[in-house]
Design a binder for this molecule. Structure first.
Ligand SMILES: Cc1ncc(COP(=O)(O)O)c(C=O)c1O
Length: 414
């Protein structure tokens, strides 16, 4: 009989298997200094494109002052307890009213972490008679929510609406037998490729099928739509999104998130979402800080405009220079290259050590073998000079990659 610890030590998992060589360099790197486009990495200042700090709010002086005042006044412990028992406050409820208005929904529920809230919202909404239809490239929090589901789930290939329709036909047949209902789940902006979920087309299917639509708009909130209310606003279908999910992990530069929907549905979540009922309420500085961030979004549309100036310059410049950035239509900027994992690690090492540019790298098993994605996240606090500098660096490393210069043994973290 195996010892459980021996078993896991022998197989650290698809990402963990590289931990020994990659830790603190490719994985778990430590960026220090003020949050922004220039941060310290192993003693060097690098131009940083790896933070989802889209609007630059993480280090905005006004935002930081509000965070600090709230922490000084309340500490990080306040309120003690879960919302339902002893942890509710006027500030929590004020935020819920204000964010609901911002995303044009009747009501909203604050949640402690986006990930656990998504898992738990799915769990609360469906029972074993219901069917979930979801996009194959959904974020892990959606996949985990679906894994909890006791009934059937049908997946459609990423953004394949014809197939989504097929899955809805299957689902409809099934729920006619079980007496259940259908939940469709997709994302506003897909965080790896930057393409948008086909919300408009999915909403169109409501004319043929009966279902409710849950949208994870982690990357769309604050970046997409005229007012920054997200991808539903961008595509003109916000009213048809039945449950809208946003996290503070990106534009809001914080921790926590929210679900927004009809009042009756939010009340249902308040009393049925296990991850919130049985967990401590979001600390006061996060809530007061979130109110300030929302205020900044409403009062300073120039932050989103500046973000898009940088996005357009970066994506336009990369395309002009012949880079493949796929079908992104959001700030998320993937650069697709071909190469092995050792080539990818050597290239990233060169980019950081000799060109002073820091970005995230995605390789197999997250994407197919032989592909490398360098993922850039432009923000409102980058400059056009940063863009030019980065495109020049990318041109240089592409020349080296195609001439085989990175085909040496992998330079791994020292
Ligand atoms: C698409 C998407 N959904 C959900 C989450 C999880 O949100 P949180 O970080 O608030 O747990 C993330 C990552 O932050 C994400 O990218």
């Amino acid at each position: 009989m195996k010892d459980l610890f021996d078993k896991v030590k022998a197989n650290m998992g698809p990402l963990g298997m590289h931990a020994k060589e990659a830790h603190h360099y490719y994985t778990f790197p430590k960026l220090s200094g003020e949050i922004g486009p220039r941060m310290e990495f192993r003693g060097k200042t690098l131009l940083n494109w790896s933070l989802n700090n889209y609007l630059g709010l993480a280090n905005n002086p006004e935002v930081r002052a509000v965070d600090a005042d709230a922490a000084a006044k309340y500490g990080m412990g306040y309120p003690m307890g879960a919302r339902m028992m002893s942890g509710n406050t006027d500030f929590h409820e004020q935020f819920e009213r204000e964010i609901a208005a911002f995303v044009s929904k009747e009501d909203a529920l604050l949640v402690n972490f986006g990930y656990q809230a998504m898992v738990s919202a799915i769990d609360a909404l469906v029972d074993r008679h219901d069917v979930i239809v979801y996009d194959s490239e959904s974020h892990a929090c959606i996949i985990d929510g679906v894994r909890l589901h006791m009934g059937k789930r049908f997946v459609f290939p990423h953004n394949d609406i014809a197939n989504c329709e097929k899955q809805l036909e299957r689902a409809t047949k099934l729920v006619e037998e079980t007496g259940g209902a259908i939940l469709v789940i997709t994302e506003g902006v897909f965080g790896m490729r930057g393409d948008q979920g086909k919300l408009k087309e999915i909403v169109e299917l409501k004319k043929k099928f009966k279902f409710r639509l849950l949208v994870d708009d982690a990357h769309g909130l604050g970046t997409m739509g005229k007012t920054g209310a997200g991808t539903g606003e961008e595509q003109g279908v916000q009213d048809e999104i039945d449950v809208y999910f946003g996290t503070f992990a990106k534009s809001f530069a914080g921790v926590g998130g929210f679900l927004a929907s009809d009042k009756a549905i939010i009340d249902y979540f308040r009393y049925n979402m296990r991850s919130q009922i049985y967990a401590k309420a979001l600390p006061m500085p996060m809530v007061i800080g979130a109110l300030k961030r929302l205020d900044m979004m409403r009062k300073h549309p120039e932050l989103k405009e500046k973000l898009w100036t940088i996005v357009n310059a970066l994506q336009g410049g990369l395309t002009e220079a012949g880079f493949n950035i796929g079908d992104t239509s959001s700030p998320v900027t993937p650069v697709y290259l071909n190469g092995t994992i050792p080539e990818a690690t050597n290239l990233i090492y060169d980019l950081r050590e000799n060109y002073g540019v820091f970005c995230s790298m995605v390789v197999y098993p997250v994407i197919p073998k032989g592909m490398i994605i360098l993922r850039l996240i432009p923000t409102a606090v980058h400059t056009l000079e940063d863009v030019t500098f980065t495109i020049d660096a990318f041109k240089a490393i592409r020349t080296k990659l195609t001439s085989g210069e990175y085909q040496t043994e992998s330079i791994l973290a020292v």
